[in-house]
Design a protein around this ligand. Structure first.
Ligand SMILES: O=C(CO)[C@@H](O)[C@H](O)COP(=O)(O)O
Ligand SMILES: [Fe+2]
Length: 225
């Protein structure tokens, strides 16, 4: 399943974050995700400016795209993301998520992502109120609620995020938008069911999946939560 509207079917998607994969043997982890119940590949691009960490960029996304058999869900944690929309399309991104806080002309950037034929996502940090997205909700395919501060894997889930998911779900339903809700940061088998119940459609999990003895089983547990 690529995208599905909440109103059609209860979506329970899982997008493993490759930030926690083994970069000495990335091919092995890509194949593991290909053969798992995961829906997408979550690729965290960090620039050391918008967030304090540097992860990977276009060359790695291009390589992953060569063998990934599922959509590439690219989470851009970079300043002025509008500069790279065409490049990430060329690298193979299917869903391109940019940060509300990093975008001066958010509406224009959303249109540019869609004009390239990608699904458009907007991410919000823990301090950003979901109501700020009211005027673009119908224009975007997905809202990514950061449940940790962006920049690193392996952080503790921020409980207030559950309230934000519920509030955003209510806003989406009352506006008639078809926007999906993705939750990213500190997700594991102890909070997955609560997040889906609160209104999440897609869970991102990095360390929970890749530190598990059996990563495919960890993905299945999230799908079944
Ligand atoms: O965007 C980010 C971090 O900025 C995430 O996608 C993390 O990579 C998720 O990692 P875990 O919290 O699941 O370990
Ligand atoms: Fe992410």
């Amino acid at each position: 399943m690529f995208f599905c509207a909440k109103t059609d079917i209860m979506a329970k998607l899982v997008s493993p974050s490759m930030l926690s994969a083994n970069f000495l043997n990335l091919e092995n982890d890509i194949k593991m995700v290909n053969d798992s119940e995961a829906d997408w590949f979550h690729l965290d691009v960090m620039d050391g400016m918008y967030v304090p960490n540097i992860s990977f960029g276009l060359p790695i996304v291009k390589q992953i795209n060569k063998i990934a058999k599922k959509p590439l869900d690219v989470h851009l944690m970079i300043a002025q993301p509008e500069r790279y929309i065409k490049d990430f399309k060329a690298a193979g991104a299917d869903i391109l998520t940019i940060h509300y806080e990093a975008s001066t002309h958010l509406h224009r950037s959303i249109q540019a992502i869609k004009a390239e034929g990608m699904k458009a996502g907007v991410a919000i940090n823990p301090h950003t109120n979901v109501t700020l997205l009211e005027d673009v909700l119908k224009d975007i395919d997905m809202v990514l609620i950061m449940s940790v501060n962006p920049g690193f894997g392996g952080q503790k889930f921020i409980e207030q995020s559950i309230h934000k998911i519920k509030r955003l779900r209510m806003e989406i339903e009352s506006s008639g938008a078809q926007t999906m809700i993705q939750v990213d940061g500190g997700v594991d088998n102890t909070n997955a069911a609560t997040l889906y119940d609160a209104g999440a459609d897609c869970l991102v999990a990095g360390s929970y999946v890749f530190k598990a003895n059996d990563p495919q089983e960890a993905i299945s547990l999230l799908k079944k939560a």
